[in-house]
Design a protein around this ligand. Sequence first.
Ligand code: HEM
Length: 190
Amino acid sequence: MPTAAEELLRFDPPPQLAIRRFAVADVDIGGTTVPAGDTVMLSLASAHRDPDRFTDPDALDLTRDPNPHLGFGHGPLFCLGVGLARMEAETGIETLLRRFPDLTLDVPANDLRRRPSFRNRGLCELPSSSERGFSTKSREPRVRLVSPRKPAAREAANPRPSERHLGGLNPSELAQEQQHTNQLRGGRPR
Ligand code: HEM
């Protein structure tokens, strides 16, 4: 999972551009002079497709290693939240796929809608289905995701609690799931 999360950040990074830079003196970059005072927009997305840095840069390779991408920037402005962001991505994707291994898209991939932002790309929604849990095809989820700490709300949302537990999990699966999530929360050094 760690290499997959890194490759997704390289292949389709949410921030396409780094934080704006301002030239404090004339600076030569690859044969082009940026005059002092000019604003410089650095394209992370473009750097990620640099064939001098990445083998077969237009291919999504979830096992790519090493992966010297700039998804969290570089240098003095390197992302302060990198540890949290990596943990969230790895834990979120891993848990989603473990809990809903049959997860499938409800629409053709080309019909997915993106937020109207070039700076911070992302999907508006991810219409998807799982036999274990839900379908976005219908407005009514097969199982409602309700906090296990609120049993009354859970039972109200799921008329037959014996068959309809959180995310399609029975109580013992749910306990295992929580134990696994707690282990992941323990984190590992980066
Ligand atoms: C997947 C999630 C994230 C991505 C892809 C991301 C990416 C980036 C990028 C590209 C930069 C700019 C680097 C540059 O211009 O050189 C940045 C800066 C920054 N990020 Fe993140 N970030 C993420 C999550 C977070 C989180 C969760 C936090 C805080 C909890 C955070 C806090 C910051 C801060 C404070 C800066 C500015 C650092 C500075 O100016 O010194 N980021 N991030």
